[in-house]
Ligand binder design. Structure first.
Ligand code: SF4
Length: 476
C-alpha cells in the first residue's frame, strides 16, 4: 500500500472545524438554496404553517422543508425516505437545516399539502430569471414529452385492452376444461391430483374474470373510457411507437439559455390543443410583449395558430402532412396558388378555380373552389380522379399562409427547436431515473414536476452566473 495516497487512521484524533459553516465552501450551491428560500415570501406564496400555531407541538418552519426539497431535487434525491436519511448524515443538509432532521412523513406531507405554493416557487424563480434579463431573445420552443406514472401497464384499462384480457382468460379456461377431461381418463391417483390443480386454476381465472367485469362497469362511466387503478389520473399514451401509462408534460423553453419558462403536466396524450395556452403562459412568465414560438408539426391545429395570431404571438409550426392526393402522387394543395385580390386559386394547368360556396365542417368555415375546365384538362390524371378538383380554404387560411411564408424564410427554426427542447427533457429524464414520477394523481405529479423544473433552472442559472452573482440578485 506504500505507493498509494494514504488516508488517516480511524483511531487518529482529529482537529475538526468547530462550526458547520466551515464544512460548506463559499461556492457551494447549498448557500444559494439557503438565500433563495430565505428571500421568498412564503406566506404570500401560500405555504401552510408560516405562522406557528398557538397550541400543540411546535412544527417545522416551511422554509426548512422547502430547502430540504430544493436541495434534494438538485441532487437527485426525490424520495422522502431518502431525504430523511440525508438530513441525518449529509453535512450540507445539516448546514442548510441547522441540523433539523424531520421524519419522512413530515417531509412527504409538506410536498403533498403545499403543491400550489411549491409550483408558485418554481414560477418565482422564472421571475428572477426574467429580472436578470435571461429571456432577451423572446423566442421559445414548445414541446411535450411523456413521463411514466406510478401505474403499471397491466393496471391500466381501455375497452380494447379489457376485451383482449377477457378473451385470453376465456381461452385459458376452455384449455383447462379440456385438460380436465383428459385427466379424467388417467389413473385415479394422477387424475385426482391433476383435477385439483386445474380446478384451482379455473377458480382463480373466474375470480379474475369477475374483477375484469367490475372494471368493465366502471369503464362505461369513465368520461374517456379509460381506467388506471394505481394512479387514477394517469393515461395510456403512445410514445415512439409503444404505449406508456403516464403524463404528457408540456414545456416552453427559451432558445438562448434553455431555461424552462413555463410547464404544465397534462394527461392528454396529444399536443394539438396545447400551443396557444403554452405560448400565452410563456409570454406572461417572460414579461415580454412580443414573443415568437416554435413547435413541431404535432402542434399544428388551425384554431390554435389563429389564437396565437390574435394574441399577437408569432408561431412557427410546420403543417401536418395528411394530404391524400400527395400520398397518391397527385398535385397537393401547395400546387394551387391563391390569388387574394380575385379570391380564386390558380391550378398547375393555369386555370382559375373560382369560389363556389361556403360551409361549416368540424366548426371551421370553409370556402370551396373549383374550375369548370377539369374534364378537358391534359393534367387531370395527375390532379384528380373525380369530375373536377375541388380546393377548400379556411376563412382564416391567410394566417396559416403567412406562417408558412415565415417558415420558408427561416428554415433554421426547426433545428433551433430540436436543439432547444431536447436538452431539458433529456436532462430531466436522466435525473428522474427509470421510474420518472414517484407520486400519484395529477395535482401531486404537477408539484413533483415543478420541483424538477425548479432544480433544472436553478442549476442552469448557477452555471451561467455563478454563486455570487445569483445570490446578489436574489437579495435585491
Ligand atoms: S384537373 Fe382541373 S384543377 Fe387539376 S390541373 Fe386540370 S384544370 Fe386544373
Amino acid at each position: 500500500m506504500k505507493r498509494f495516497i494514504q488516508g488517516e487512521h480511524r483511531g487518529q484524533s482529529a482537529l475538526l472545524p468547530e462550526s458547520l459553516d466551515d464544512y460548506v465552501a463559499d461556492t457551494n450551491p447549498v448557500r444559494v438554496v439557503d438565500v433563495f428560500v430565505d428571500e421568498l415570501d412564503l406566506g404570500q406564496l401560500g405555504f401552510e404553517g408560516v405562522v406557528p400555531a398557538e397550541t400543540g407541538r411546535p412544527a417545522y418552519h416551511p422554509a426548512v422543508l422547502l430547502k430540504i426539497y430544493i436541495y434534494g431535487y438538485l441532487n437527485r434525491i426525490q424520495s422522502s425516505r431518502r431525504l430523511e436519511r440525508e438530513t441525518q448524515r449529509n453535512v450540507e443538509l445539516m448546514w442548510l437545516t441547522g441540523r433539523l432532521m424531520p421524519d419522512f412523513k413530515t417531509i412527504a406531507n409538506f410536498r403533498k399539502d403545499n403543491g400550489k405554493a411549491i409550483r408558485g416557487v418554481c414560477r418565482q424563480f422564472v421571475v428572477l430569471c426574467q429580472q436578470l434579463g435571461l429571456f432577451a431573445e423572446a423566442l421559445v420552443a414548445i414541446d411535450g414529452s411523456k413521463f411514466k406514472a406510478v401505474n403499471n401497464r397491466d393496471r391500466n384499462f381501455t375497452s380494447a385492452k379489457l376485451q383482449r384480457r377477457m378473451e385470453e382468460i376465456e381461452s385459458s379456461i376452455s384449455r383447462y376444461l379440456i385438460a380436465l377431461d383428459t385427466a379424467d381418463r388417467q389413473e385415479p391417483a394422477v387424475a385426482q391430483a391433476k383435477a385439483e390443480r386445474l380446478h384451482s386454476k379455473i377458480a382463480a381465472l373466474k375470480v379474475k374474470m369477475q374483477e375484469l367485469q367490475a372494471i368493465e362497469t366502471q369503464l362505461q362511466t369513465a368520461p374517456d373510457k379509460q381506467i388506471s387503478l394505481t394512479d387514477p389520473d394517469a393515461r395510456s399514451m403512445m410514445t415512439r411507437g409503444t404505449g406508456m401509462v403516464g403524463y404528457n408534460v408540456q414545456a416552453a423553453v427559451d432558445t438562448k439559455h434553455h431555461l424552462i419558462v413555463t410547464h404544465e403536466v397534462t394527461n392528454d396524450g396529444v399536443d394539438r390543443d396545447q400551443l396557444s395556452s403554452m405560448a400565452m403562459q410563456a409570454r406572461e412568465a417572460m414579461g415580454v410583449e412580443v414573443l415568437s414560438v416554435v413547435a413541431d408539426r404535432g402542434y399544428f391545429k388551425s384554431e390554435e395558430i389563429l389564437a396565437c395570431h390574435e394574441a399577437g404571438i408569432t408561431a412557427f409550426v410546420p403543417k401536418t402532412l395528411t394530404s391524400g392526393a400527395t400520398a397518391a402522387g397527385r398535385f397537393g394543395k401547395g400546387d394551387f396558388i391563391y390569388d387574394a385580390a380575385r379570391n380564386e386559386y390558380r391550378c398547375p394547368a393555369g386555370q382559375s378555380l373560382i369560389w363556389r360556396f361556403s360551409h361549416v365542417e368540424k366548426g371551421l368555415k370553409l370556402h370551396r373552389y373549383w374550375s369548370s375546365n377539369c374534364q378537358r384538362c391534359a393534367l387531370k390524371d395527375q390532379c384528380t380522379p373525380s369530375a373536377q378538383r375541388r380546393v377548400s380554404r379556411w376563412e382564416h387560411e391567410s394566417v396559416l399562409d403567412a406562417m408558412q411564408t415565415r417558415l420558408d424564410q427561416a428554415p433554421e427554426m426547426m433545428r433551433i427547436r430540436r436543439q432547444t427542447v431536447e436538452h431539458p427533457f433529456g436532462t430531466l429524464k436522466a435525473w428522474m431515473g427509470a421510474t420518472h414520477f414517484l407520486t400519484k394523481t395529477l395535482d401531486r405529479v404537477s408539484t413533483e414536476m415543478s420541483l424538477h423544473v425548479l432544480a433544472y433552472n436553478f442549476k442552469r442559472v448557477l452555471n451561467l452566473l455563478g454563486n455570487g452573482a445569483l445570490m446578489n440578485a436574489m437579495r435585491v
